[in-house]
Design a protein around this ligand. Structure first.
Ligand SMILES: Nc1ncnc2c1ncn2[C@@H]1O[C@H](COP(=O)(O)OP(=O)(O)O)[C@@H](O)[C@H]1O
Ligand SMILES: [Mg+2]
Length: 324
């Protein structure tokens, strides 16, 4: 089996709120591995702990517990050796200098890495072309649109030519068109460069387009670590669409509501997602009570967004029931 280039081992991180001194658990016991060349989607709703995880992986945050290894090096103990392999694009384009032009940003960054302008000029030209930034090369960072800044930030990260690329919500706040363009660019990078990439996002097309595997976090904990296609097919085997010949009674509806929190009724078509495949018998029982006519039973198709929402919702249902 191929060695993991990134190993995240049981990391936890608490923040202390400045004013109230209240402790906020951002992530708890998060573990996953990423193999060389793999594209991993780190997925979760706002506040789930994505940024905290990404910052811990690239050594910007020290975990309270647990360890991150990159290429075998402990990020906290062997900072330089481990961070040599990694570049990151964090939220808010912090790696774009507003007072420098597009081209100067790239040159400045290369200089920072100890390379002369001459050594990297060909690569910079290539990146300007690839990222469609050539026409803007003499414009200041501050005058660029959010999408342009984001592209520049990714180009700057590419210049480092490291094995691992971390992207924190790369399409956040972009309009549809620029989001699409950036996704296409990232796809090119994925196909051409063979890098290992972690993309944190809650943008489903990004996951569907780019990622083979996804780690889903919610409330700071990993709730799924699975191949994207497998996750979809797993849910698909439990998603049914029933066309009924008669209306459901109120008591039937109540039972369905209680047993299958994830369902949808439109006219006489009932879409349900079962928690376990055997739950289909339970559903049949509910229908049988009133001899409800079943005209047709189909398996529904499921997209990744539905899978994501169901996983998150299931977690929340569990959380609610454990509080009660
Ligand atoms: N500097 C901080 N101080 C206090 N709480 C924080 C800080 N940064 C993040 N948090 C909290 O930690 C949790 C996880 O945040 P974050 O990692 O930014 O999530 P995500 O990137 O998935 O939106 C949230 O509840 C957030 O409010
Ligand atoms: Mg974030």
């Amino acid at each position: 089996m191929e060695e993991a280039i990134i190993k995240v081992e049981s990391i936890s991180k608490n923040y202390k709120k400045r004013k109230t001194k209240e402790i906020v658990t951002a992530i708890e016991d998060v573990s996953f591995e990423v193999k060389k060349g793999e594209i991993l989607g780190l997925l979760g709703p706002n506040g789930a702990g994505k940024t905290t995880t990404i910052k811990t992986i690239c050594g910007l945050l020290k975990p309270d517990e647990g360890t991150v290894y990159i290429n075998g090096y402990d990020v906290t103990k062997h900072r330089l050796k481990s961070l040599n392999h990694i570049s990151a694009v964090l939220e808010g384009n912090r790696n774009v200098y507003w007072r420098l032009t597009v081209k100067e940003n790239l040159e400045y960054f290369a200089g920072n890495r100890g390379k002369t302008r001459k050594q990297v000029s060909a690569r910079i030209e290539e990146l300007l072309e690839q990222f469609n930034l050539k026409a803007k090369e003499n414009e200041l960072g501050s005058s660029l649109s959010r999408g342009m800044q984001q592209k520049l930030a990714v180009a700057v990260a590419m210049l480092a030519d490291s094995d691992v690329l971390l992207l924190d919500e790369p399409t956040l706040g972009l309009d549809i068109e620029t989001g699409y363009e950036l996704r296409k660019l990232l796809k090119e990078i994925v196909e051409r460069e063979g890098k290992t990439i972690i993309i944190s996002t809650h943008d489903m097309p990004v996951v569907q387009d780019l990622c083979e595997r996804t780690v889903i976090i919610n409330g700071g904990k990993v709730i799924a670590d699975e191949n994207v296609d497998r996750l979809i097919s797993l849910f698909e085997t439990r998603a049914y669409s029933l066309t009924l010949g008669t209306d459901l009674s109120t008591s039937q509806l109540n039972r369905i509501e209680a047993t299958f929190p994830i369902h949808y009724l439109n006219e006489k078509v009932l879409d349900v997602t079962l928690e376990k495949e055997n739950d289909i018998y339970e559903l049949m029982d509910i229908l049988k009570v009133e001899s409800t006519k079943i005209i047709k039973i189909d398996r529904s198709t499921v997209d990744f967004e539905q899978v994501f929402l169901q996983l998150i919702r299931k977690e929340e249902d569990h959380a609610i029931s454990s509080v009660n």
